[in-house]
Write a new protein. Structure first.
Length: 367
């Protein structure tokens, strides 16, 4: 009985620390089973496809920022609309500058910074609820992009604005580099193709793992999410931390906008980025980050993004009716959150049971 209890305790501890890996492996097993029913066998090519998917790299990059916001106990519903703004800025900047890649990067990052700063100032400085603020800016940012794309301006053709879309012009020498190489190319490593765009996502993940785990700023982010009052008493500038996570998220959405421009070469303000805030939150949840704040690992977000992409792929190839696809996604998310909520309770009960048994054994030995 004692061995069984120890085993359950060990499993519970492993789950609490590495739930995102277990979730990803479970989803991969289901994916392999589904494609097996379709007469295929799971191989490295399928994993490469998952890594190259826009749901992994673009949503994953956004999810890195979203995780910081959620760890501080907040939320950002505007990231999908911000993505439209940053992608459009990248495309227009690139086209109007004659194919200058540096201008493209600066335009995307600057627009993301401004959008994030606006959210951060309202939430951190004005003390407004993040849900209401970002719900409002979600509507405003998309509306601004729609207004701009439908405006009749003299430079519309030069900016790549046509048919209600922003499009990268392929008349510049650098188009081949950003669209065909960075956007669609990959590095062949021992027969395994790693997309360049995925390598950037991996580097960003590593960077933010270091920031959150090894720096004073990272500890401040977790402290604010765990107990805001206690964090303030220890000298942490809570307002600055809150503003900064929204700004960082804006910059990361700027990077995602560059990825979107290079990978897709266009953006439609009416439809692009729709529900991306939900996709990002789903990736964060699947990555084991607590929605109540103060807990979670950035490495989990990487696996969470791949898990979400795999779930979407399973839905696409399983033949589920369109009306049931959102239902399936919802069931997966609720199941994961339920397990994350219940597992600490189970672990606590197992630990309590072990301590009680140990105390009983000591009492018997003393007698």
């Amino acid at each position: 009985m004692n061995k069984k209890t120890n085993l359950l305790s060990s499993i519970s501890k492993l789950w609490s620390h590495y739930s995102y890996i277990f979730v990803f492996l479970l989803i991969i097993i289901v994916y392999a089973f589904v494609i097996g029913n379709n007469g295929q066998s799971f191989n490295a090519g399928h994993l490469s496809t998952i890594l190259a998917s826009q749901y992994t790299v673009i949503v994953g990059t956004i999810a890195l920022g979203m995780s910081l916001i959620i760890i501080t106990g907040q939320i950002d519903l505007s990231v999908g609309s911000t993505l439209v703004i940053t992608t459009a800025s990248a495309i227009v900047g690139y086209n109007l500058s004659g194919g200058n890649i540096l201008v493209m990067i600066v335009a995307a990052l600057l627009s993301g910074f401004i959008c994030g700063l606006i959210n951060g100032l309202f939430v951190g400085l004005a003390k407004m609820p993040p849900f209401i603020v970002t719900l409002g800016t979600m509507l405003i940012y998309r509306s601004l992009a729609l207004s701009f794309v439908n405006a009749r301006v003299d430079y519309a053709e030069a900016a790549g604005i046509s048919s209600g879309q922003f499009k990268l012009l392929n008349t510049f020498d650098s188009y081949e580099l950003i669209r065909m190489q960075f956007g669609s190319g990959s590095l062949d490593l021992f027969g395994f193709k790693i997309p360049y765009i995925t390598m950037l996502f991996v580097l960003l993940t590593v960077l933010f793992i270091i920031i959150t785990q090894k720096t004073k700023y990272g500890k401040s982010v977790y402290a604010v999410g765990s107990n805001e009052k206690a964090a303030r008493l220890t000298g942490i500038n809570v307002t600055r931390v809150k503003i900064s996570v929204f700004v960082i998220t804006g910059l990361l959405v700027g990077v995602a906008g560059i990825m979107q421009a290079c990978k897709m070469s266009n953006v439609n303000p009416a439809s692009s980025g729709q529900s991306y805030e939900m996709y990002a939150i789903a990736s964060v949840v699947l990555g084991g980050v607590s929605m109540s704040g103060g807990r979670g690992k950035l490495l989990g977000v990487f696996f969470g993004a791949m898990s979400y992409c795999t779930v979407n792929t399973i839905i696409a190839i399983s033949g589920l009716p369109i009306t049931m696809q959102d239902t399936f996604q919802g069931i997966v998310l609720i199941a994961v959150i339920f397990i994350q909520t219940v597992s600490p309770i189970i672990k606590e009960k197992i630990d309590h049971y072990q301590k009680r048994k140990q105390n009983q054994l000591r009492s018997e030995n003393n007698d």
